[in-house]
Design a protein around this ligand. Structure first.
Ligand SMILES: Nc1ncnc2c1ncn2[C@@H]1O[C@H](COP(=O)(O)OP(=O)(O)O)[C@@H](O)[C@H]1O
Ligand SMILES: [Mg+2]
Length: 321
């Protein structure tokens, strides 16, 4: 395998696979994560995000495949990797009965920070993640957003080169999610590489690049723009006073892959090679005696990419059965 340091990659995985009995949680995953970027794993529950992350940070042995992280071969050199990475899970993994300060002291000892390092880094982390007023509060009594800030402070106390964040924002409100992402961009600005899993489309849009996972398989990868450009469908927005009826009608049209309703607007995915698809749909809907106010081809969103990619896989599976 080419040296991942010289190629500028923080993570390189090939054929990464994990079976749990009959369940293939991660299926032949190839992954290239560049340094000093935010790389996303986007996928629904059970798509293999956590299992992949646990293998990449050396906590779980793959059934097959080769992994290189920060130039180290994983899991063989996992011990050497430990101090170079941070890992934060959805449940935040804090010591609920310890105070904020005690949590950070405890973590600092686990990472074997020297006393001198602790004296500088712990107050720095308190300041940076706005924990100063909470030092003596037990972690178990903190709000979701406060727990999240403490967990991020703990995961970055040893200044890791690479940070694994497994659905770090699932348990917090939108305002805290926004602030959390600002912190992530600060870390990236300082050179940290971040791999973050999410099932939120708006978070996926913020990543420099991402991998879309579905049932353990990587279905698409690239920057949000590359993914939108590469979608194997066109997206037409249809506005109507009778969106349910129009939706039911469109679902039976040969060129239509799927429809999704957002308020009074339908997002319709159609064959990419149909010329003037918006005009075509508008005419078809009118001729069926249904009201249609507006029809327009739009730029695909990541959600469209996700839907198109998972539908294509489902169609292929159904065909096989
Ligand atoms: N320890 C385990 N034993 C058996 N099955 C597991 C285990 N961990 C995960 N799985 C299964 O592997 C699949 C992927 O799970 P996971 O990686 O947790 O997905 P995600 O994090 O995307 O929700 C799921 O079908 C899950 O039930
Ligand atoms: Mg998970």
């Amino acid at each position: 395998m080419a040296d991942s340091i010289s190629s500028g990659l923080a993570i390189r995985a090939r054929g990464l696979t994990k079976d749990f009995g009959h369940v293939v949680a991660v299926n032949n995953l190839d992954l290239d994560v560049p340094r000093s970027r935010i790389y996303g794993f986007l996928g629904p529950n059970g798509s293999g995000k956590s299992t992949s992350i646990r293998m990449l940070c050396g906590l779980l042995t793959p059934t097959h495949g080769a992994i290189r992280v920060l130039g180290l071969e994983i899991p063989r050199q996992a011990e050497q990797l430990r101090r170079k990475v941070g890992y934060m899970t959805q449940k935040f993994s804090l010591f609920e009965d310890l105070t904020v300060t005690e949590n950070l002291n405890f973590i600092a000892n686990i990472y074997t920070l020297t006393r001198a390092e602790q004296k500088i880094r712990i107050p720095e982390a308190m300041e940076r993640y706005e924990l100063g007023r909470l030092t003596r509060q037990r972690a178990g009594t903190l709000s979701g957003g406060q727990k999240q800030r403490l967990a991020l402070a703990a995961a970055t106390l040893h200044q890791p080169e690479l940070l694994f964040l497994d659905e770090p924002t699932s348990a917090v409100d939108p305002e805290n999610r926004r602030a959390f992402w600002e912190s992530l961009f600060d870390l990236v600005g300082e050179g940290t590489t971040i791999l973050v899993s999410t099932h939120y489309m708006d978070e996926a849009e913020r990543c420099h690049a991402l991998a879309i996972l579905d049932l353990g398989v990587l279905v698409a990868a690239g920057s949000p723009d590359q993914l939108s450009a590469g979608i194997d469908a066109a997206v037409i927005v249809v506005q109507s006073r009778e969106p349910r009826k129009v939706s039911r009608f469109l679902d039976h049209q040969a060129i239509v892959h799927s429809t999704a309703q957002i308020g009074n607007i339908l997002r319709v995915m159609v064959d990419r090679d149909v010329p003037d698809a918006a005009e075509f749909l508008k005419k078809a809907v009118s001729e069926a005696g249904l009201p249609v106010d507006h029809c327009e081809k739009v730029h695909p969103s990541l959600e469209d990419v996700f839907v198109a990619a998972t539908q294509a896989r489902k169609a292929a599976r159904d065909k096989k059965e």
